[in-house]
Ligand binder design. Structure first.
Ligand code: PEP
Ligand code: MG
Length: 606
C-alpha cells in the first residue's frame, strides 16, 4: 500500500528555502469578507460530522489508546467474519469475499496508516477521529493518482475500513470532551500556532452547522455560488470564505499554507514571504476597520435627509440573537428555521423542540421583533439522506421546496405553526412564509394558520398575535403583488431566489455565477415595483436576500424607496455606514436612471 506520512514542514511559513514549494492562486466566488491565513485541512464533506477539536499534551496518550482499541475491535470483527466464512465453507463459494476481508485487515493494520494518524494526534493534537479522517484524506489522494485501476479502487476499501473504526469510536466517547461555546481559533497549549482552514469539495448547509462549532478560521469549497446557502452560513459565521473555487480541493494538499481572501474571492496557496506579509497587513487593516465600525453600533440608522432606516438581522439559530444585538440590529428580519430541521438523521424537530427554539430567539432579542420564516428545505438545503425534502429530483430548485414542502405535509406544518404562535406569547413575532406563488397556496397557508390557532384554543394553550408576511421571491409573486397585499400585513423580498428564478440561474452553481446579476434590468423592475406598491398601500416591505447586506447595493435600494433591510449581523454596521452618508432625495433621481438604463451596472459607480 502506498501511504504517506503527512508532509512535515517547518511551522514558520516565513522560513522557506529556495527549492521550497511553489506559490499558486485559485480563484472563486468571494462570499465572506476578511483574510484568513492558515494550514489546509482537506475534508470530504461526508466526514465533517466527525468532531474536530484539540486535545491537550497530557491527553495525547489516551487519545492514541482510544484509537488503538477501536482499530483492534474492528480487526477482531473482521477475523470473526473470516472464521464464520471458513466454518460455512463459504471461502470456496465466495473467494472474492474472503479476499476482500483480507484486504480490509491488511489496510487496517497498515503501519503507514497507523503512524500517519499518530502524527496528527502527537504533532497537532487533533482528536482521534479528526486524525483518522485527515490521514484518510492524505492516502485517498494517493489512490486517486494511481494508474492501476485495481489499486485505485482500493480507496473505497480504505474508506470502508476507516468508517468502521469511526463507528466503533462513536460508541466510545472521547475522554476529552469536545469543546462547546465559542469557537477556539487554534490549538492553544499545543505545538502548532497556525490557525486551520478547511478545504472541501462541497459543504452542505448541514455540514456548515457542524462547522459552526469547529476550530476552522476560514474555508474554501470547489462548488457553490455567492448566494448558495453554504455561502450564506459562512457570512453568518463572519469568517473568510471562498466558494466555487473549482478544483481547489484537488490542487491544495493537506497541511499546505493557504491565504483565503474572502473579499476578492482569491485563495493563495503556499504563499511567498512577501505575500504573507502583504496579506498579514491587510488582515490587520480589516481588524482596525471593524473596530472603527463597531463605534456605530448605537448610532441611529438615519440618512442625511432624515429618513429613518430599519436594519434587521438574518439568523439561522436562536443563539445568533446575541450577534444580532451586538451588531445593533433592531430586530430579526429573517429567522431561517430550516436549520433546525437539518442534519438530524431524519428525525424532524417536534412542536415542543421548535417552540423552545423560537422562544429562545424571541427572548434573546429582548423585546425586539423576530420574523420567523416557516421551513424552507429543499433545493440546496437538503435535510438528510433518506428524508423526503425535494432535493432528490432533477431540478430541486423548481421542486418540492419551502411552502410547497410544508403544504405537502400539513401535520408537520401545523406543528411548526403552533410552535411559532406559542413563541409569540413571549414577544413580538412576525410569521413569514417562503416561496408562495399561487392564490390557492396563500389560501391553504392562511387556513392552516387559522387551524393551528383553533388547535391551540382547543388545548387551552397560550399563544400570541403575529403579523403575517409573505416572501416575494418568485417572479410570479412579484408580478401579482396586489394579491399578496390583500392577504398579508407585510412583504419581504428574497432577492437570492428572485434573481435565481428571474434569470434562470442556479444560485448554487459556480459555472453560471457570472450570469447571476442583482442589477439586471428585469430584477430591478420587479424589485422597484414591489417596493412601490407596498409603500403606496402603507404596508411594510423589506429585502432579506444577500443584496440587503451588500454595501454596493445600499444606495440603489434606498433610491428605490426601501426603508427596511435584513442581513447577517456581520454586515449591519457596514450598511449603516453607507446609510449615514446617503441622501434619499438625491438617490431617488439617480435610482430612476439606473432603472431605465440598458446596462445598470455601468451606473452603479456614479
Ligand atoms: C432569498 O431567497 O433571498 C432568501 C432570503 O431566502 P433563502 O436565501 O433562504 O432562500
Ligand atoms: Mg429564498
Amino acid at each position: 500500500m502506498v501511504a504517506a506520512r503527512p508532509r512535515r514542514r517547518g511551522s514558520d511559513p516565513l522560513r522557506r528555502t529556495e527549492d521550497g514549494p511553489v506559490t499558486f492562486v485559485v480563484h472563486g466566488q468571494a462570499v465572506s469578507r476578511g483574510i484568513a491565513i492558515g494550514r489546509a485541512v482537506i475534508v470530504a464533506s461526508s466526514r465533517l460530522d466527525v468532531a474536530h477539536y484539540f486535545v491537550t499534551g497530557d491527553q495525547v496518550g489516551a487519545e492514541i489508546d482510544r484509537l488503538r482499541r477501536a482499530r483492534d475491535e474492528v480487526a477482531d470483527e473482521i477475523v470473526r467474519l473470516q472464521q464464520g466464512l471458513a466454518v460455512q465453507g463459504a471461502n470456496d463459494a465466495h473467494p472474492e469475499l474472503a479476499a476482500l476481508l483480507d484486504v480490509h485487515l491488511m489496510l487496517l493494520q497498515d503501519e503507514q496508516l497507523t503512524s500517519g494518524v499518530k502524527h496528527w494526534i502527537v504533532e497537532r493534537h487533533y482528536n482521534a477521529e479528526w486524525a483518522l479522517t485527515s490521514q484518510l484524506e492524505v492516502i485517498a489522494r494517493q489512490f486517486d493518482e494511481m494508474e492501476d485501476p485495481y489499486l485505485r479502487e482500493r480507496k473505497a476499501d480504505l474508506e470502508q475500513v476507516v468508517e468502521r473504526v469511526l463507528r466503533v469510536m462513536r460508541g466510545v466517547a472521547s475522554p476529552v470532551a469536545a469543546p462547546s461555546g465559542p469557537r477556539p481559533t487554534g490549538p492553544q497549549d499545543v505545538g502548532s500556532e497556525a490557525p486551520l482552514v478547511l478545504i472541501a469539495h462541497d459543504l452542505s448547509p448541514a455540514d456548515m452547522l457542524q462547522f459552526k462549532q469547529s476550530v476552522f478560521a476560514g474555508f474554501v469549497t470547489d462548488v457553490g455560488g455567492k448566494t448558495s446557502h453554504t455561502a450564506i452560513v459562512a457570512r453568518s459565521m463572519d469568517i473568510p470564505a471562498v466558494v466555487g473555487a473549482r478544483s481547489a480541493s484537488h490542487l491544495i494538499q493537506q497541511d499546505d499554507w493557504v491565504i483565503i481572501d474572502g473579499d476578492a474571492g482569491v485563495v493563495v496557496v503556499e504563499p511567498s514571504a512577501v505575500l504573507l506579509a502583504e496579506y498579514g497587513f491587510k488582515q490587520r487593516q480589516g481588524e482596525v476597520e471593524r473596530e472603527r465600525l463597531s463605534r456605530l453600533k448605537n448610532t441611529p440608522a438615519v440618512t442625511l435627509d432624515g429618513q429613518k432606516i430599519e436594519l434587521l438581522a438574518n439568523i439561522e439559530q436562536p443563539g445568533d440573537a446575541v450577534a444580532a444585538l451586538k451588531a445593533g440590529a433592531v430586530g430579526v428580519g429573517l429567522f431561517r428555521t430550516e436549520f433546525l430541521f437539518m442534519g438530524r438523521n431524519g428525525k424532524l424537530p417536534d412542536e415542543e423542540e421548535q417552540y423552545e427554539a423560537y422562544r429562545r430567539a424571541v427572548e434573546g432579542m429582548q423585546g425586539l421583533p423576530v420574523t420567523i420564516r416557516t421551513v424552507d428545505v429543499g433545493a440546496d438545503k437538503p435535510l438528510d439522506r433518506g428524508v423526503r425534502s425535494g432535493d432528490d429530483h432533477l431540478n430541486p430548485a423548481l421542486g418540492l421546496r419551502a411552502i410547497r414542502w410544508s403544504l405537502a405535509d400539513p401535520a408537520m406544518f401545523l406543528a411548526q405553526l403552533r410552535a411559532i404562535l406559542r413563541a409569540a406569547a413571549h414577544g413580538a413575532v412576525n410569521l413569514l412564509v417562503p416561496m408562495l406563488a399561487h392564490a390557492h397556496e396563500i389560501r391553504q397557508t392562511l387556513a392552516l394558520v387559522a387551524r393551528a390557532r383553533e388547535q391551540l384554543d382547543a388545548r387551552g394553550q397560550v399563544y400570541g398575535q403575529v403579523r403575517l408576511g409573505a416572501m416575494i421571491e418568485i417572479p410570479a409573486a412579484a408580478l401579482t403583488v396586489p394579491l399578496f397585499l390583500r392577504h398579508f400585513d407585510f412583504l419581504s423580498i428574497g432577492t437570492n431566489d428572485l434573481i435565481q428564478y428571474t434569470l434562470a440561474i442556479d444560485r448554487a452553481d459556480e459555472a453560471v455565477a457570472h450570469l447571476y446579476d442583482p442589477v439586471h434590468p428585469a430584477v430591478l423592475q420587479l424589485l422597484a415595483s414591489t417596493i412601490a406598491q407596498c409603500r403606496a398601500q402603507g404596508k411594510g416591505v423589506s429585502v432579506c436576500g444577500e443584496m440587503a447586506g451588500d454595501v454596493a447595493m445600499t444606495r440603489l435600494l434606498l433610491g428605490l424607496g426601501l426603508r427596511s433591510f435584513s442581513m447577517h449581523p456581520s454586515q449591519v454596521l457596514a450598511v449603516k455606514q453607507q446609510i449615514l452618508r446617503s441622501d434619499t432625495v438625491r438617490l431617488q433621481t439617480w435610482a430612476q436612471s439606473v432603472l431605465a438604463a440598458e446596462d445598470p451596472a455601468a451606473l452603479m459607480t456614479d
